[in-house]
Design a protein around this ligand. Structure first.
Ligand SMILES: Cc1cc2nc3c(=O)[nH]c(=O)nc-3n(C[C@H](O)[C@H](O)[C@H](O)COP(=O)(O)OP(=O)(O)OC[C@H]3O[C@@H](n4cnc5c(N)ncnc54)[C@H](O)[C@@H]3O)c2cc1C
Ligand code: SF4
Length: 444
């Protein structure tokens, strides 16, 4: 057994009990009484600002009223009508930046209605019973291919199945769910929820998921266009940006997404090695998740170094505070300059920055932090674009996900215009499905 003070990168820094406690559900689910009390705080606003702030446009006052009147199954149906991954979104949505930030009770009292937890209360009830509250329309005879079984692809596939189309989903990974399965922090999605949600979603029928098929590597878009009435691409962002500083090839410099992927798939968390001193470079959710989970695995010291100020971080203030509450140090206005060590990382040298005329520049002042493990969390990139037109570094889409190629739609993180959140991916998958359906029915 090691301890948080064991030098280098080592497994078993904490006991099995400590790890179980550390990786338990971040927010305990509401019980019936707590849900009734929370629902009672809603004013059921007309033109509710919380709905406008929800990327999937869920009728929030309606579902809260349905909980308040003792019909959580009806509340769940209201949620699933707009967001079939409402169960996962209830766990991972940055509600503090979306619906709960817009809630009139947040504005008046600094304490919003707990929309996320109420959503979880309702959706969990229905999913626990294994009930799929949708049926399928009469078969249309159309077959649609979806490439990528993450939130965007699953949402698109489910809506298409409801509308009577047969869907084949191709995915490069051995499990479906995309980042729900491989990326979201373990304490947000416990008890194999991502896999259970996929199974529940597919119980609608008409969706076949084929694993081990990779677009650009065996799976060709020309073949898909030839065999299917429509194609939806939802391959996410599989690549990770490089640090590009001296020493970034040393042992111990790793990409944060791979670390999290390994953690999410580990049968035994104590087997997962983590550094004594961990430094994470980046300012988004990936950086926060890698840092918090390193700390929860037993790293002695964990620092997030971000090149700009706190307000520019894409991780919300809530996520930043969560990291700080777990003992993660947040270092702002510091960018990596070099990584030192004899073959293996021992220290990271950071240069302080300032912003002048909107441009970020190093000040020349540096500090060195002890580091056994350095995680890169400075953004993900598109790895397969299917030969489609790009907008910046993503697949260019107009309206409801139409790409430059007729018959091919795209949505989620791989497509231009979104904000790289689970809920946005779900909305884009759903909207593309509706557009695909309208297009196919028009052509009939
Ligand atoms: C570490 C991390 C933590 C996050 N935490 C949160 C959070 O707490 N809340 C939140 O709202 N958002 C969070 N996000 C963002 C969120 O996970 C994504 O916005 C969302 O998963 C995007 O969904 P998607 O379907 O577009 O792509 P993905 O979830 O990335 O799914 C893409 C799917 O395509 C497959 N695929 C990839 N390439 C190919 C190929 N060439 N051929 C076939 N299949 C392929 C993949 O295996 C995967 O199944 C987080 C992201 C990361 C990286
Ligand atoms: S803004 Fe708040 S109080 Fe108003 S309907 Fe939405 S959740 Fe209820």
């Amino acid at each position: 057994m090691n301890t948080p003070y064991t030098p280098g990168i080592a497994p078993q820094r904490l006991s099995a009990d400590e790890l179980r406690e550390n990786f338990a559900d971040l927010h305990a689910p509401l019980d019936g009484h707590e849900a009734a009390v929370a629902a009672d705080r809603c004013y059921f606003c007309h033109d509710a600002p919380c709905v406008t702030a929800c990327p999937t446009d869920i009728d929030i006052p309606l579902f809260i009223r349905q909980i308040a009147t003792g019909t959580p199954e009806a509340a769940a149906k209201t949620i699933f009508d707009m967001n079939i991954l409402g169960g996962m979104c209830a766990r991972v949505c940055p509600t503090e930046d979306l619906c709960e930030q817009a809630c009139v009770r947040e504005i008046a009292e600094g304490k919003p209605v707990e929309i996320g937890r109420l959503q979880r209360f309702a959706t969990d009830k229905v999913m626990a019973k294994g009930v799929m509250p949708f049926g399928r329309a009469a078969p249309t005879g159309h077959k649609v291919a979806v490439v990528g079984a993450g939130p965007a692809g699953l949402s698109c596939a489910h809506r298409l199945a409801v509308l009577g189309h047969d869907v084949t989903v191709y995915d490069a990974s051995p499990k479906a769910g995309g980042l729900n399965e491989y990326g979201i922090a373990a304490y947000k999605s416990t008890d194999d929820f991502a896999a259970r949600e996929v199974e529940w979603l597919c119980s609608i029928g008409g969706i076949e998921i084929k694993h081990g098929f990779s677009l650009g590597d065996g799976l060709k878009i020309d073949d898909l266009v030839g065999c299917f009435s429509a194609v939806f691409l939802s391959v996410g962002l599989g690549g990770v940006n490089a640090l590009s500083v001296d020493g970034d090839d040393k042992d111990g410099v790793e990409d944060a997404v791979s670390f999290i992927r390994e953690l999410r798939q580990a049968a035994d968390l104590s087997s997962l090695p983590v550094g004594r001193n961990v430094v994470v470079i980046g300012g988004g959710m990936t950086a926060v998740d890698a840092a918090v989970q390193s700390k929860l695995l037993g790293a002695q010291s964990v620092t997030i170094a971000y090149r700009r100020g706190r307000d520019a971080m894409s991780a919300s203030r809530y996520e930043q505070d969560l990291a700080a509450s777990m003992g993660v140090n947040l270092l702002f206005n510091a960018q990596p300059k070099a990584i030192h060590g004899n073959g293996t990382v021992a220290e990271i040298e950071l240069e302080f920055t300032s912003t002048e005329g909107g441009k970020l520049a190093g000040t020349g002042e540096t500090i060195r932090l002890a580091a056994d493990q350095v995680f890169r969390a400075i953004g993900q990139t598109l790895t397969s674009d299917g030969g489609l037109e790009l907008n910046g570094r993503k697949i260019a889409v107009t309206g409801a996900g139409r790409t430059s190629r007729k018959g091919v739609w795209a949505g989620g993180d791989c497509a231009s215009g979104g904000d790289d959140l689970t809920v946005t991916a779900v909305a884009e998958g759903r909207d593309a499905a509706m557009d695909i359906h309208a297009t196919l029915m028009e052509a009939n």
